[in-house]
Ligand binder design. Sequence first.
Ligand SMILES: NC(=O)c1ccc[n+]([C@@H]2O[C@H](COP(=O)([O-])OP(=O)(O)OC[C@H]3O[C@@H](n4cnc5c(N)ncnc54)[C@H](O)[C@@H]3O)[C@@H](O)[C@H]2O)c1
Length: 359
Amino acid sequence: MSTVRVGVIGVGWAGRQHLAAYDALPGAQVVGLAGLEEPVRTALAVQYGVERHVARWEDLLEFDELDAVSVAVPTFLHAPIAIAALQRGLHVLSEKPMARNASEAESMVQAARAAGRVLDVGFNHRQRGDIQKLKDVIDAGRLGTPYYAKAWWLRRSGIPGRGSWFTNAELAGGGPLVDIGVHVLDYSLFLLGNPTVTAVSASTYDLLASAGFGFNPDATKTSVAGATGFDVEDLATVFMRLQDGGTLLVEASWAAHRTHGDQFGITLYGSKGGAELIVENYAPSGSLRVFTDDDGVPAETRLTAEPGGGHKVVVEQFLAKIRAGRWHEHDGTATVHLARIVDACYRSAAEQREVRLTG
Ligand SMILES: NC(=O)c1ccc[n+]([C@@H]2O[C@H](COP(=O)([O-])OP(=O)(O)OC[C@H]3O[C@@H](n4cnc5c(N)ncnc54)[C@H](O)[C@@H]3O)[C@@H](O)[C@H]2O)c1
């Protein structure tokens, strides 16, 4: 097995997950790091035995020995970095969201097709053990046909720092909907068997953030010159129509008058049973229950799941796609629809009407 030589761009929370995953997997070697924080870069380079590190992503792409890069930087940089890397013949693993909007995401796919290289997007939460267990339950037919799901990721005070890139629409593409809501959308559609979303009706709010409520004082996200305020939503709620006749509701908040902490999950109702998964405060394994009808007697089963792999599985699958050699099959098409759905949600909220998705 030949070694895949990788550059990791971004040394914040996400970049460190990629670095740890490559380090833990056989057949991959991180040969370069990029990130603006010199002390962090130096410490990570020492910890993981990475020989070279630079501040700017442009300089990392000049390294001759690279086969692939991980892109774990603010979202406005995903498309420019991915496209430049693909044009240099590198395989790309981008963090979520794929890009700020569908137009950027589509440009990334075009660049992957033109280069004939892998473009992958890291959705680590669908790799959780509890989500995978729930998928097994659904695929085994225990719920019959799921026709209604509501899924959420809600925080009481989890705005990732005023003036960080996260709270600037131009840099992030939006607020909690495009940040944590896109994970919810990804795992929900995965669990439902990837139905096409045909229409969305969304509302977004910024009442709490604009009143100064909900900022996480411990957030350490990168500040970017020019990003000083908050011009995204603090809560988004979406009603989605699915092509198979089903309905999916999604809620995402960074700030809301609700119980303390951070919670995500999903409730599904099917023709034969229902299920509920609730994950509190990033617990490695959530509370998973399945509700069925046992000859007229309501039955409830609690399932336990192993934590699952998260970023390690994301990186492992990226490396496997590179090794398998059928690179044209992994051009980012599998995730670009999420960007189209998010775009439609923001449009729906802005225009206060249902927006239909086509194609
Ligand atoms: N999958 C997940 O669960 C998850 C969690 C958090 C963040 N993310 C995603 O990861 C990405 C990064 O988020 P984060 O929380 O790590 O952000 P962060 O602000 O903590 O870190 C961003 C990193 O990008 C670097 N950077 C910025 N401009 C750069 C440039 N010009 N050249 C090189 N490096 C540059 C910064 O120096 C920093 O190291 C975002 O797209 C975010 O949505 C994903």
